[in-house]
Design a protein. Structure first.
Length: 320
């Protein structure tokens, strides 16, 4: 067991240990690479793979839950010919009982396929590129807020931006050359905005080029749309459907299908404006408590008692 968790940080060992009772047995190899971009139905596909095919997918929520962000950051640069950092990341994913990666690890798709040539690639897409971009752009604003203060002090998502930059041709993502505009309504508030035209054009180019890169890996490849239901997945995985619900009559679960992300973004912006207030209030409360305790002991902080400010003549008049 000690060799299994070699390379894990102390915090990660605590997180893994906390979920030990409910964690499935470690997997031996990566079975599926779900390479579709975020907002292509990744949550619904994860649920379907889990329930019908016993394929457990590591989604963004799971990655953060087990504290693997730093491992992803170490694996971002595609410069190591032996892929030691990426191999360690996959080793941890398998140990946690996952044999599929989905959602935020999509930039690593071609590199993961090279490490696991027998892994099946399920590349999910929306009904149209424009439909995907409309969904993605609404949530991208939330990611931009999370990348600013105070959120970046808690969980920095910069590793995701770097994974897109260094593993795709989208090298200008979230850079000044990508028409990123940083404004400061207050000295401690960061507001990131993007040029809509540039954002739209470059994301759609990446949407198409990523599919071509994944199809060229040589791994078994399935271009999948959620509206097709279970039938394409049954055929792709060679599943014996005896005893399973009819794939033609059973729609995929529709999870995380959408929401008003503009309201979510506004809600995320509130702490960006008010996060200094708790520290200021705590400091004022501390000063008040120290000052009150000092007065009880006859000590005076910040302002002296009135008699010290009296002149000698006033003191003599007061005594008389």
């Amino acid at each position: 067991m000690e060799s299994d968790i070699e390379g894990w940080s102390f915090a990660q060992q605590l997180l893994v240990g906390a979920g030990h009772r409910h964690r499935p047995a470690p997997r031996e190899q990566l079975r599926v690479i779900a390479s579709g971009l975020s907002r292509t139905g990744t949550v619904s596909l994860k649920k379907a793979l889990d329930d019908r095919y016993d394929i457990r997918c590591l989604h963004t929520v799971d990655l953060i839950r087990y504290g693997l962000q730093n491992d992803v950051a170490l694996a971002v640069p595609p410069t190591d010919p032996d892929e030691l950092a990426l191999r360690m990341l996959v080793k941890k994913i398998l140990y946690l009982g996952f044999d599929c990666v989905i959602d935020i690890l999509w930039p690593f798709g071609p590199r993961l396929a090279a490490l696991h040539p027998k892994a099946n690639i399920v590349h999910a897409e929306r009904s149209s590129p424009e439909a995907w971009y409309k969904s993605w752009s609404s949530i991208e604003g939330c990611f931009l807020v999370i990348g600013t203060r105070p959120y970046r002090w808690i969980s920095d998502f910069w590793w995701h931006i770097e994974s897109v930059r260094q593993n795709t041709n989208f090298t200008r993502y979230a850079t000044p050359g990508y028409d990123t505009i940083m404004s400061h309504p207050l000295p401690w508030v960061d507001v990131l905005t993007l040029s809509e035209d540039t954002n739209h054009r470059e994301w759609l180019q990446l949407y198409h080029s990523h599919r071509e890169r994944m199809n060229a890996t040589g791994n078994p490849f399935l271009l999948y749309h959620l509206s097709d239901g279970y039938a394409p997945l049954d055929g792709f995985f060679g599943v014996n459907t005896t005893g399973l619900p009819d794939a033609r009559l059973t729609p995929l679960p529709r999870l995380n299908s959408g929401g008003n992300f503009d309201r979510v973004r506004l809600g995320l912006m509130v702490p960006c404006f008010v996060y200094p207030l708790p520290m200021i209030l705590w400091t004022l409360c501390l000063i008040w408590c120290v000052r009150r305790r000092a007065r009880k002991r006859g000590l005076y902080l910040f302002n002296a008692p009135t008699r010290i400010l009296m002149s000698e003549e006033e003191e003599e008049e007061e005594k008389a």
